[in-house]
Design a protein around this ligand. Structure first.
Ligand code: 13P
Length: 251
């Protein structure tokens, strides 16, 4: 049995007062939730405040990105050590917005993944194809490259702290969700790739979240699929009631 992970990616939204208010509302809406891991990823500037708001409860806090070096002359970057210092247990790595807007390569993401794990963080590592790649029939090759290059060199112990997030780029922020069947197909294929490269046990235990326009009214049918082990939620995570409804759907 894989425990589902529901994570809220707040992206570049919310100033401190609103972020803390949302965290408090999420904490009270989820009071008593069991059987599901919940993570919230706010912007760097409010991490400590949000971590404080969740202190003593079961919700964990994560960064949305981090660099592959502990400290030094890397203007504008942040290290896993700094995320931990701000109260994070997790980080997202390889979100499609990082891959597309900031040109992050598979090799860079692999380096960041290794360093985040070595620094004691748990990682949600994102993969997913664009609409163009899907329509041209390149989806499987893209997923293969992202899995093989992105996860290169991880051992069985590393995998206990990695969650994959399948986020088809065409479904992010568009209101167009993958159908449960499309999600299941991509998740099953991804699990096969992991099995081929890293072994059947790692693949069977690995949790794969779906992300892309997850809402309270489509979460249950997505999460009911055999290979869908959670969700990475953008827009719907910015409201406590809709995020809590998605968490409840995962239980
Ligand atoms: P939306 O839920 O807003 O489509 O965003 C998904 C996402 O990118 C989560 O990381």
């Amino acid at each position: 049995m894989r425990t589902p992970v529901i994570a809220g990616n707040w992206k570049m939204n919310l100033l401190r007062d609103d972020a803390v208010a949302l965290a408090r509302d999420v904490a009270s809406a989820l009071d008593g939730s069991t059987g599901v891991e919940v993570v919230v990823c706010p912007v760097f500037t409010v991490l400590s405040s949000v971590a404080e708001a969740f202190a003593g409860g079961s919700v964990e806090v994560g960064g949305q990105n981090c660099y592959g070096v502990e400290s030094g002359a890397f203007t504008g970057e942040i290290s896993p050590q700094m995320l931990r210092d701000a109260g994070c247990a997790w980080t997202i790595i390889g979100h499609s917005e990082r891959r597309q807007i900031f040109n992050e390569s598979d090799a860079l993401l692999n380096k960041k993944l290794h360093f985040a794990l070595a620094s004691g963080l748990k990682v949600m590592f994102c993969i997913g194809e664009t609409l163009e790649e899907r329509e041209s029939g390149a989806m499987n090759d893209v997923l293969r490259r992202q899995v093989i290059e992105g996860l290169k060199g991880l051992d069985d112990t590393d995998f206990t702290r990695v969650v994959l997030a399948y986020e088809p780029v065409w479904a992010i922020g568009t209101g167009v969700t993958a159908t449960p069947e499309q999600a299941e197909e991509a998740h099953a294929f991804t699990r096969e790739l992991v099995a081929e490269a890293f072994g059947g046990t790692v693949a069977a235990d690995l949790r794969i979240q779906y992300g892309g326009s997850v809402k309270p009214d489509n979460a249950a049918e997505l999460l009911a699929k055999e290979n869908v082990d959670g969700a990475l939620v953008g827009g719907a995570a910015l409201q406590a009631d809709s995020f809590a409804a998605i968490v409840k759907a995962a239980r």
